[in-house]
Ligand binder design. Structure first.
Ligand code: DGL
Length: 261
């Protein structure tokens, strides 16, 4: 079983990539919707959320944990690897950087990410030999969580984010937040000249031999029924048991996951 976590529905884009690579993949996913968005929070707070979610997923029997959240990957991966083993915890940043390096022809890579991830310069550091333009997109996560991916408001936010990448003459653009693949139709519409890299695709490919089929479970720290309808809209093929999780003195506790109501 692969464990995954994110602040919200972003984790579903990574789960979906794994389930497409290995149909029926056994996944356990936490969506920390009580704290979404992570992007504007202090990085120490996000690192603590990431550590607790990694611990929970290993307790629940995950063989490996994927930080399906770029900000967590940027600030909490090293610590989780030290605790659980380097070959048992994976992040988005390394996979995204390797894929972008292979695909850029001009050596000019754009990164769209949350303010938190941009503040760490995780992608800039991972791609140090290239010209990297990192753009913070604070509007994107709230828009995606609200299911708004094609309205004039979301189109304006996408247009604003792409402008600096156009000026920097980037050819490849990394989706440096797992929520952003849901905006791909709008990103492709307004930025047809860019090759968009979704790090989850590269990660699913790299871990394919370790993904096994089996039942899946998901928990949200937010509202289970709302998460169920988000899941039905975004990833109807994923049909996990669903439960709620609660934060208690820095630890995460989960209810028994249940079938659809
Ligand atoms: N989806 C997460 C990421 O990849 C976090 C988004 C947020 O909650 O700000 O960074």
């Amino acid at each position: 079983m692969i464990g995954l976590f994110d602040s919200g529905v972003g984790g579903l884009t990574v789960a979906d990539a794994f389930a497409k690579r290995v149909p029926g993949a056994a996944l356990a996913l936490v969506a920390d919707q009580a704290h979404v968005p992570y992007g504007g929070r202090p990085v120490d707070e996000v690192a603590a959320f990431a550590a607790a979610q990694s611990d929970l997923l290993f307790e629940q029997g995950a063989e490996l944990v994927v930080m399906a959240c770029n900000l967590s990957s940027a600030v909490a991966l090293a610590n989780a690897r030290a605790r659980h083993g380097a070959d048992r915890v994976f992040g988005m940043v390394e996979a995204g950087a390797v894929a972008a390096r292979a695909r850029t022809r001009r050596g000019r890579v754009g990164v769209l990410a949350t303010s938190g991830t941009v503040s760490t310069h995780a992608y800039g550091l991972a791609l140090a030999a290239l010209e990297v333009t990192e753009v913070a997109c604070p509007d994107f996560v709230p828009l995606v969580e609200a299911g708004d991916i094609e309205s004039p408001k979301s189109k304006a936010a996408v247009d604003r984010a792409l402008a600096p990448l156009r000026r920097a003459d980037c050819d490849v653009v990394i989706l440096g937040c797992t929520h952003y693949p849901f905006l791909l139709p709008t990103l492709r519409l307004l930025g047809p000249e860019f090759d968009f890299v979704d790090p989850a695709q590269a990660l699913a490919e790299g871990l394919a031999s370790r993904i096994r089929p089996g039942p899946s479970r998901m928990w949200t720290t937010g509202d289970r029924l709302r998460f169920r309808s988000q899941l039905a809209r975004w990833c109807p093929k994923l049909q996990p048991l669903l439960g709620e999780a609660r934060w208690c003195e820095g630890r995460l506790l989960v209810d028994e996951a249940q079938a659809a109501d």
